[in-house]
Design a protein around this ligand. Structure first.
Ligand code: PEP
Ligand code: MN
Length: 352
C-alpha cells in the first residue's frame, strides 16, 4: 500500500514556512488534537522575486524535530537541491515534497531523482506552475525510475496571467483528473491554500477536492496567520483548520447501499448507450467531412470558412441554452469537433 493512502483522507497541515522555534512549538501543540497525518513546514522557500523571505534554512531543521516530538506526527518539507535532500535526511525528516517551481525543470528533477536513488523516503510532487500535465507526469516518472516507491502528487493549481481570477492559481481540475486516469495507483493530494491564495475559499476548494475523490489535503496552518512571513493571506489558524476538517463531507469511493448501487447501474447503462450513439454520430459527422473535403479540394475552395464556423457556433448555442447547455460548454465542444473536422478535410486535400 502506498504511504499516502494509509489514512483517508491524508491530511497534511502546518505553516508555509518555519519561522521560529516558538512558532513551530505553538503550531504543533495546537494541532495535537487535529485529525492530521503529517505536519508541513517550508525551510527553503523558492520566492519568485529576490528580496522575499527565503526560509530559515538548516537552522530550522532541529525545530521541526521539536515540533514532531510534541505532535507525534511525521514531518514534511520542500527540497529543491541535492544539498537540501542531504540535509533533510541528516536531520531525519520523514517526508519531502518537490515544489511547483522545481517540477517545471526536467534537469532539476533528474538531479533530485539521482540524489534520491536508493533512499527510502515518501515523496510528494507538486504540479508544475504551468498547466502542463506531461511535465508533471514526467517528473513523477523520473522519481519512479530512480526507484522511489512511496510517491504521491500534490495539486496546487496553475499560474495564469488572468488577474481577474478569484484564485491565486487556477485549479484546472481536468488536469489532476486526467493524471489519475493515466496513473490510477498514484495518490493525489489537493493543496487548497496555494490554489486559492485566500483563506475564505479554503473550505470550499477542500470540499470540491473530496467530491472529486482526491486522496488528501495539504492546508497551510499558522498560529497567527496575519503575521506569517510568507503566504499570510492563505494561512488559517489551527482552530479554523479543525473546523474545516470537521465540516468536510467525505464521499465514499465505493457504493455500499444496494438500492443506490442499482440506481447507479441503471443510469450508467443509459449513459453507456447514449455514449455509444454519440460516438456513432461523431463518426458519421467525420464521414461527411471527408466528402465535403473532397468537394472543396476539387473546386479549389478553402477548408476553413469563418462565416460557416460563426454560423455553427451561433446556431448550436441557440439550441443548447434552453437545454441547459451553456455557451462556454457548447463552444468548447464544437471547437474540438471543428478542429477534427478541419484535420479530416486537410487530409483529403493532401491525398489529392
Ligand atoms: C509552499 O508549499 O509553500 C510552496 C512554495 O508551494 P508551491 O511550490 O506550490 O508554490
Ligand atoms: Mn506557501
Amino acid at each position: 500500500m502506498n504511504y499516502f493512502t494509509t489514512e483517508t483522507p491524508f491530511i497534511i497541515a502546518g505553516p508555509c514556512s518555519a519561522e521560529t522555534e516558538e512558532q513551530m512549538i505553538n503550531v504543533a501543540s495546537q494541532l495535537k488534537d487535529a485529525p492530521i497525518c503529517m505536519m508541513r513546514a517550508g525551510v527553503w522557500k523558492p520566492r519568485t522575486k529576490p528580496g522575499g523571505f527565503e526560509g530559515m534554512g538548516e537552522k530550522a531543521l532541529p525545530w521541526l524535530q521539536t515540533a514532531k516530538a510534541i505532535h507525534g506526527k511525521p514531518i514534511c518539507i520542500e527540497v529543491a537541491t541535492p544539498e537540501q535532500i542531504e540535509l533533510a535526511l541528516r536531520y531525519n525528516i520523514d517526508c519531502i515534497w518537490i515544489g511547483a517551481r522545481s517540477t517545471v525543470s526536467p534537469f532539476i528533477i533528474q538531479e533530485l531523482a539521482d540524489a534520491l536513488r536508493g533512499v527510502k523516503i515518501p515523496l510528494l510532487i507538486k504540479n508544475p506552475i504551468n498547466p502542463d500535465i506531461d511535465l508533471w507526469q514526467g517528473a513523477i516518472e523520473r522519481f519512479a525510475n530512480a526507484g522511489m516507491q512511496d510517491i504521491g502528487a500534490i495539486h496546487r493549481g496553475f499560474s495564469s496571467y488572468d488577474k481577474n481570477s478569484k484564485y491565486r492559481n487556477k485549479p484546472n481540475w481536468t488536469i489532476p483528473i486526467e493524471l489519475k486516469r493515466r496513473m490510477p495507483e498514484l495518490p493525489i493530494i489537493c493543496d487548497p491554500s496555494h490554489i486559492t491564495g485566500r483563506r475564505d475559499l479554503i473550505a470550499h476548494v477542500s470540499q470540491r477536492a473530496m467530491d472529486l475523490h482526491f486522496d488528501g489535503l495539504m492546508i497551510e496552518t499558522h498560529p497567527s496567520p496575519d503575521d506569517a512571513w510568507s503566504d499570510a493571506k492563505q494561512q488559517v489558524t489551527p482552530n479554523i483548520l479543525k473546523k474545516i476538517l470537521s465540516e468536510l463531507k467525505i464521499k465514499n469511493g465505493s457504493v455500499t447501499d444496494l438500492n443506490a448501487q442499482l440506481q447507479i447501474e441503471d443510469i450508467r447503462q443509459m449513459v453507456d448507450s447514449l455514449d455509444a450513439e454519440l460516438v456513432d454520430i461523431i463518426s458519421r459527422r467525420m464521414q461527411l467531412m471527408k466528402k465535403l473535403g473532397g468537394i472543396k479540394a476539387e473546386n479549389n475552395i478553402s477548408v476553413f470558412q469563418p462565416e460557416r464556423w460563426r454560423e455553427i457556433i451561433e446556431n448550436r448555442t441557440k439550441q443548447g441554452i434552453p437545454l441547459a447547455l451553456n455557451e462556454e460548454f457548447i463552444l468548447k465542444l464544437f471547437e474540438v469537433l471543428h478542429d477534427k473536422s478541419i484535420k479530416v478535410q486537410l487530409d483529403v486535400l493532401k491525398e489529392k
